[in-house]
Design a binder for this molecule. Sequence first.
Ligand code: HEM
Length: 485
Amino acid sequence: MPSLAQTLANARLRVWRSVFRHGFTSSNRNRSLIVLSNFFLHFHPVKARARAMRFTRTFYLGGLSAACFFILTLSGTFLMFYYRPAVPQAYHDMKDLAFVVPSGTFLRNLHRWTAHVMIALVLLHMAWTFLRGAYRPPREFNWVIGVGLFVVSVLLSYTGYLLPWDQLAYWAVTVGTNMVAVTPLVGHELRLLLLGGHAINDNALLRFYVLHCVLLPMVLAIGVGLHVWRVRKDGGIYLPREARDHDHPHGPTEAPVPPAALATPAHIVIVDDGAPDLVADLGDEPMLMTFPHLLVRELVAFLALSLCLVLISLRFDAPLAALADPSRTPNPAKAPWYFVGVQELLQYYPPVVAGVVLPSLLVVALAIVPYFQVNVERPPVWQTAPFRRLALLWLGIVALSWVFCFTGARPVWAIVVPLWLVGVTMSVGALPWPSGPFGVWLRTRSLPFWIFVWFLLSAATLTATGFFFRGPSWSFTIPWRDGIY
Ligand code: HEM
């Protein structure tokens, strides 16, 4: 007859086994079971290529964006215990968080700063994914899902902006919804739908609250799940072939993908020259078990991110201006930093162009770029007919410069200067020098790569100008002399 201790041990094991389908040994079989049988971990493969796990491959930017979303969901849920979406209670609840609720300030700070960090990480993730060429087939649809996630992330952050019901919130949302209103044909209806009326009041607050706390997080959660699942189904993290690494040690190469590779089954990995290779054919490519190698790395990255966010939240308080007052417009009324670039554009173009046409064109261009195999060919762009191509390039640059110099109220230098910088850098690749790795790198970049760099530089310059160099009535100010408005 088993002893009491034995019976208890058996019962404990049975309970454990009913929940978890793996044991405690460190065999590879058990490690595989840990990943396969866990709802959260089964998004990972059982093993992955060692090169894919390198920090510099992705900087874990996608994973860290997801981690921010997790922290936001958690801190947001706690905030909901103290917040009422009504005017003016919403503002008083913010004050209560600061002065009455234990750790309320910290909670609010954590939520606010994590939201900003998430937008920055998503942007960096998008840029890094593009620049290393991971947007191309067979990952093009996942890239499109990513563009959707970016839009939803920005909307999620923006809808949260109104909730404190202070001057900052009220006027940032006024600027934003006025831009929505100028959308051709549907603008007014869209604004009406968003605000639940013609003014920003209780109705608008409730709508933004539901969008912010229920609808958009649901869409984002489903979207992120789909996105991460697709990363696996598209063959895992994009890796340039080792041999190509050796040829071009300073960056991924870019090449067209043959049509046959477009319908790639999940077990096939597309390497950068477009030839589909079976995973098993990758030869002696070193593989590592996901548990513990990848999971430990992810845990360390998550803890490092959490530590940074906690420190920022302890050190810096989230702003809270005076109670929203529709009769008193702050000057300047700046949008959140991720919209300041658009607000800066409003100085040059009418709202319909700056607020609707150009941002929509940008999002559409981003979404469709992987479907155009423009100049992703080898040999490098300047190898054939360099003079004709150079002439075409500069014709394009001059035409675009004309558009951005003469179609607005004044020249948009924040777009034209990056355009010329990119043009000159590209053209250097047509010269016999520089040689060496830098020369090879320069000549093997594709046209979409350079266009993306132009977009990035222009967006960064517009945002920095609006954020640091604009003051009352959007006049030019010097931040180190006049301060940041
Ligand atoms: C809420 C936002 C997002 C989350 C949580 C997210 C999450 C992830 C994760 C976890 C990965 C695996 C690799 C890594 O950690 O970097 C990944 C890969 C990827 N993401 Fe995202 N992502 C987001 C937004 C975006 C955006 C905005 C884009 C592009 C427009 C994008 C495009 C891609 C692509 C193409 C891959 C595959 C990269 C490769 O194979 O190397 N994602 N994402």
